[in-house]
Design a protein around this ligand. Sequence first.
Ligand code: PGA
Ligand code: ZN
Length: 431
Amino acid sequence: MDINRIKDIRARQVLDSDGRPAIEADVITESGVMGRSSAATGNSVGINESAVIRDGDPKLFGGKSVYKAIDNVNKIIAPALRGMSVTDQKAIDEKMIELDGTRYKTKLGGNTINAVSFAAARAGAASEKLPFYRYLANGKKIRHSFTPVYNLVNGGTYYGKTQAFQEFILIPRNVDSFDEAVRVGVEMFYTIGDIIAEEMKQKPVMGKYCGHGAPSDDPSVIFDIFNEAASRLGYKDKVCYGIDCASSEFYDSKDFSYRYRGRDISRDELTTLLKNLCEKYPIGFIEDPLNEEDFDGYKAAHKIIPAALIGDDLLCTNIERARKAYEMQAADGMIVKPNQVGTLTETMQTVDFLKEKNQILIASGRSGGPLDDPTTDLVVAIGGHMLKTGAPRSGERVVSINDGIHIAEELGMDGRPFNVMKLAGFSRIDK
Ligand code: PGA
Ligand code: ZN
């Protein structure tokens, strides 16, 4: 008997860190080893992501329950995967893709497939008695060398003003250890809160992503606060910044314009505005600068904006979209979010393609993600350059940072973060 064979798969509904129902799966082998995972789902969700299926019955969890997804595991996925070896991730994932048969996994649910895919991988790691990051690396050399980056100020509407850009990101640089990268991020977070209180005379509020709610609709005001915090702490040479514009969220497809600070602006105006920001502040990357379908706009923006352009909603961890962006020279890298595409195998195919092309890889959890978030294991396994952890506040975000501390210790390394200054778009910052 192959003790690694799948004996059973069970699914249930649990809650994610936003209190929404989420599907969780257990994959159990003949030898009694179990792997468990729930599926992350985001809040700022790209239209090209694999589907999150929910029951839509307003009487149940406001329509958000996932009982149909659970049924799909019990009735369709479990019978088909029983007997397969839990260490054969590719076969497991391919089987689920085949059973689903749709482009966006609408039949079985991207969330359903994601939970089973990661539960199988965790069972595989447990069977082989390997830490998850090592199992995911699949024999490749492991390095704990990534920079944790923090979404310290969040867009949205606060103090009566709407900040269009979703995330103002702090990127540690010139740091010697993972601990130092944590310290820089956390101290900047505290100090930005102090400055909002003292200089803006606003009581800092918690933003949509657990960072500080943006105190202004003007990005320059926010980066001035970042600069002020860096000078107070003596961290001018230890920080640079990123923006996640999440532009699809304020794009209006009816007139191809962006709703920005009470005006409608064109993509060219938005591109120029971002270029100017990059010239004024030490901004290393801009995520989702334009609408998620605008590959041509990215291509044009890429020639003008001096920072690295990173695709999140643009690419959705999807290899075809990543290949298209690479071939068009529309972006410099990708946000890696496995649930966007569905399976671990598809995620790794996209990652391998981009790695070979020397593109920037930033692994990211989802807001409202699971408490057993695998993103830190993933960033170590793929040798990613950065890990987006959100703000250093709230359990599911802090857990990723603490995982980074644990893994650095386990590997007996100081976890010296990747030197982001080597990346496209960053080296100009000191010039
Ligand atoms: P999420 O998005 O809220 O869907 O997790 C965060 C992001 O856009 O990076
Ligand atoms: Zn994003």
